[in-house]
Write a protein that binds this ligand. Structure first.
Ligand SMILES: [Zn+2]
Length: 349
C-alpha cells in the first residue's frame, strides 16, 4: 500500500509539474498575444498620426491629438496575464506612444497611469482618474469599454478647451510618483484610429473613427501599404462620405438621384483618389497604393474589405495611377504639402 502511495505521489508530482509547465507556456503565450496586439495598436497610432498631422491644413475639421493610445484594465477579460503584459499604476494607463507626438515629447512613457489634464491659466483641471470605478479603482467589471470611451471623450473635450491655454499639463502616475508634465498642442485631421481585434481582413470609417482589423494589420507588413489602407479610410471621413450617402438617399447633396450601390461606388472612387495625396503629404510611397490593391486582389480567401460595392480592382488601380500622375505635376508648398484637388472642389462641408 505504502509503495502504491509513493507511486501515486510520484505520478502526481510529475503530472502536476507537467501541468504547471503547460500553464506557464500558456501564460507566456497569453502575455505574448497581449503584447502582440499592443504592437499593432502602436503601428496604427503611428501611421494614423502621421497622416492626420501632415494633412491637417486640408481637413475641414481638425482636433488636437496627443499621440498616445490609452487602455483600461477593465477592457480586458478577467485574466492575470493582463497584469504581466502591461503596467497599470491606475486603472487607465498609456499602452503606447507615437514617437515625436505631444505626449512623447512631454516625457510621458508607456505604462504611465493616466490621471488627468490641467491648464493653470484657464483654471481647468479634468477629473483625476486615479480612483475611477469603485472607491479604490479596482476592477469590478471585465470586457468593459464604456469607462475608457468616457475618459477619451473627456480628454478630447478638454483639449479643445485648451486652444487658448498657455500652460497645459498631462498628469500621470509613474510607479508611486505623480508627475505633472507640460506639453504643446497641435492640430490633426479630426479622426480617431481604432484597432479591431478580429482576425478577418477588414477596415472601415464612420465619419469619426477609422477602424482596421488585426487580421488586416498582420496581412499588411509593409508600412506604406498599411498607410494606403488607412489613407483610404481617412479620406472617407475627410470627405464626409457617411453623411453624403445618407443625404443622397434623402434627396439632398451631390449624390441625389443615384441608387445605393452607385452612391457607394462614387465615394469609393473619391477615397481611392484622395488617399494618394494624403499619403504623399505624409511622406509615404504613393506607389504602395496600387501595390496594396494588387496584394489584396491576389490574396486567397474571403475578403470583407473588398465587398461588392467597391469598384473593380482594375478601375481602382486606374484611379490611383491617374492621381499619382496628377500629383507629380504639382509643386509642394512651403510645408511640403500638396493641396488635393478633391478638397478644392469639395462643396459638401
Ligand atoms: Zn472605402
Amino acid at each position: 500500500m505504502y509503495r502504491y502511495l509513493i507511486l501515486f505521489w510520484v505520478i502526481f508530482f510529475v503530472l502536476s509539474s507537467v501541468l504547471r509547465a503547460q500553464d506557464r507556456a500558456d501564460d507566456n503565450n497569453a502575455v505574448a498575444a497581449y503584447r502582440d496586439i499592443a504592437e499593432h495598436d502602436a503601428r496604427l497610432a503611428q501611421i494614423g498620426y502621421r497622416l492626420s498631422k501632415a494633412n491637417a491644413e486640408y481637413c475641414p475639421e481638425t482636433l488636437p491629438n496627443m499621440g498616445w493610445v490609452l487602455h483600461d484594465i477593465a477592457q480586458y477579460p478577467n485574466d492575470a496575464n493582463v497584469i504581466k503584459a502591461f503596467h497599470f499604476p491606475v486603472p487607465i494607463s498609456v499602452l503606447t506612444l507615437v514617437k515625436g507626438g505631444p505626449a512623447d515629447r512631454a516625457g510621458v512613457q508607456e505604462g504611465d497611469g493616466y490621471i488627468g489634464l490641467e491648464s493653470e491659466n484657464l483654471n481647468i483641471k479634468t477629473q483625476y482618474y486615479e480612483h475611477i470605478g469603485d472607491s479604490k479603482g479596482s476592477i469590478t467589471r471585465f470586457n468593459h469599454y464604456q469607462r475608457l470611451a468616457d475618459v477619451i471623450d473627456d480628454i478630447n473635450k478638454t483639449l479643445l478647451d485648451f486652444a487658448h491655454s498657455k500652460d497645459q499639463y498631462i498628469i500621470v502616475k509613474r510607479d508611486d510618483k505623480i508627475l505633472k508634465l507640460p506639453f504643446a498642442l497641435h492640430n490633426s485631421c479630426a479622426t480617431h484610429y481604432t484597432l479591431d481585434v478580429l482576425s478577418k481582413i477588414d477596415a472601415g470609417a464612420n465619419g469619426q473613427y477609422v477602424r482596421i482589423t488585426l487580421g488586416l494589420s498582420k496581412f499588411l507588413d509593409d508600412d506604406d501599404e498599411y498607410a494606403a489602407v488607412i489613407a483610404h479610410e481617412l479620406a472617407h471621413n475627410i470627405l464626409k462620405h457617411r453623411m453624403m450617402i445618407a443625404d443622397g438617399k434623402a434627396g439632398k447633396g451631390p449624390l441625389t438621384g443615384l441608387g445605393k450601390n452607385k452612391r457607394i461606388r462614387v465615394t469609393e472612387e473619391q477615397a481611392d483618389r484622395l488617399a494618394i495625396w494624403l499619403m504623399a503629404n505624409a511622406g509615404f510611397d504613393v506607389e504602395a497604393g496600387p501595390s496594396m490593391i494588387e496584394r489584396l486582389r491576389k490574396r486567397k480567401g474571403p475578403l470583407s474589405f473588398a465587398y461588392r460595392t467597391h469598384n473593380k480592382w482594375k478601375k481602382r488601380l486606374g484611379y490611383m495611377e491617374q492621381e499619382i500622375e496628377a500629383l507629380n505635376t504639382v509643386q509642394p508648398n512651403h510645408s511640403g504639402g500638396r493641396r488635393p484637388p478633391l478638397i478644392n472642389s469639395l462643396k459638401y462641408q
